[in-house]
Design a protein around this ligand. Structure first.
Ligand SMILES: NC(=O)c1ccc[n+]([C@@H]2O[C@H](COP(=O)([O-])OP(=O)(O)OC[C@H]3O[C@@H](n4cnc5c(N)ncnc54)[C@H](OP(=O)(O)O)[C@@H]3O)[C@@H](O)[C@H]2O)c1
Length: 322
């Protein structure tokens, strides 16, 4: 049974009001939608409602709302674009995270924060553990790492969830890009798409990330304690972007009469739009998720199952719009 929000030294006291920043993004929208299933009342703020890079406004808003927990889904997520505007990316991913950490600490509440597989350089053979040393190869990865460090430094109670290759039914993501290419550049039978097959990771459904964060919040309330730390959570299994696209197009073929000819290409060969610097992405950024399973009994869901489900949902959305 939930009671009113309150806090005492270092313990996570029950309460049902949670603040979700970046509420207009893929994970943010899902977190707001799913929060009531876990007994929480979400207060979702989009970028227009709360810019996390505004330190004074963040502090005031957190104090005024006085939630029992803050889930930060806000981030600068344009990986290539960040190479051309590092200050903008850092203002959100680095200083924004620090602003939230300071505000959460000021009212003694936990901060749940999202980070990325791109904090790693990708040179490891095998799955990355939470204890592996980050070494980002891109501005985006470096700013996200700065955000992690700020959360750890400035907030006592925190969960940092590193995830990867996020997609969902909202916003921009790889599934939508693949389906849009087919629709816009043919939509015809026997269309042709090339996708890189030399970067490996784990596609992750935004809804599963949101549910994982909310489940950890619920468990932490019941324990009256947050097991502060970094945790990895992705879809179960590893693939390349080519393998990811293959599942999307197989499901497209199953649902419609559209057949796409998919061919593999390499990162080197892949064209970048003019005037856009290209970020260096890790070759292998698959994350080991044993820690989250051991601590919270949370087990990642097979990436293929979730990709099929979301591809179907997006195809339906598109059909209802035409
Ligand atoms: N997407 C991925 O593939 C991926 C992979 C690994 C980790 N992650 C991490 O997972 C988290 C959620 O990602 P996502 O896919 O849900 O991202 P998303 O769909 O791009 O959502 C991010 C949201 O943050 C908002 N935002 C940007 N700047 C802001 C600011 N200064 N103040 C407040 N809000 C701001 C954006 O608003 P606007 O749309 O108005 O800019 C957007 O609504 C992020 O921490 C991201 O780094 C994502």
């Amino acid at each position: 049974m939930m009671v009113a929000a309150s806090a005492r030294g270092g313990e996570y006291m029950p309460g049902n009001k949670i603040l979700i920043t970046g509420a207009g993004g893929q994970v943010g929208l899902e977190a707001v939608r799913r929060a009531p299933d876990y007994g929480f009342t979400p207060i979702g703020l989009t970028r227009a409602e709360l810019d996390i890079s505004d330190a004074a406004k963040v502090m005031q808003t957190v104090k005024d709302i006085a939630p029992t927990l803050l889930i930060n889904c806000a981030a600068y997520t344009q990986v290539d674009q960040a190479e051309s505007e590092p200050d903008k990316a850092h203002a959100v991913n680095g200083r924004g995270a620090k602003n939230l950490a300071l505000a959460c600490q000021a009212i003694n509440i936990p901060l749940f924060h999202l980070s990325t597989d791109y904090v790693f350089d990708g040179n490891k053979t095998g799955l990355y553990l939470e204890t592996d040393t980050p070494n980002p190869t891109s501005i985006y990865g470096a700013t996200k790492l700065a955000g992690e460090q700020a959360v750890i430094e400035h907030c006592k109670q925190y969960i940092i969830l590193r995830t990867a290759w996020v997609y969902g039914t909202d916003g921009h993501n790889f599934i939508k890009t693949m389906l849009d290419i087919v629709q816009n550049h043919g939509g015809q039978k026997n269309g042709h798409v090339s996708v890189v097959n030399d970067q490996f990771g784990s596609p992750t459904f935004a809804r599963d990330i949101a549910k994982t964060l909310l489940e950890i919040a619920q468990i932490s309330q019941n324990r009256e304690h947050v097991a502060s730390g970094i945790y990895h959570y992705t879809g179960d299994g590893t693939t390349s972007w080519y393998g990811f696209a293959d599942i999307i197009f197989k499901e497209l073929a199953a649902q419609t009469n559209i057949q796409v000819r998919l061919s593999p290409t390499t990162t080197k060969q892949y064209p970048t739009p003019k005037n856009l610097k290209k970020a260096k992405r890790p070759i292998n950024s698959a994350l080991d998720t044993t820690k989250i399973s051991n601590e919270f009994n949370i087990f990642p869901i097979d990436w293929i199952e979730s990709v099929i489900q979301v591809t179907r949902e997006i195809i339906k959305q598109k059909e209802s719009q035409t």
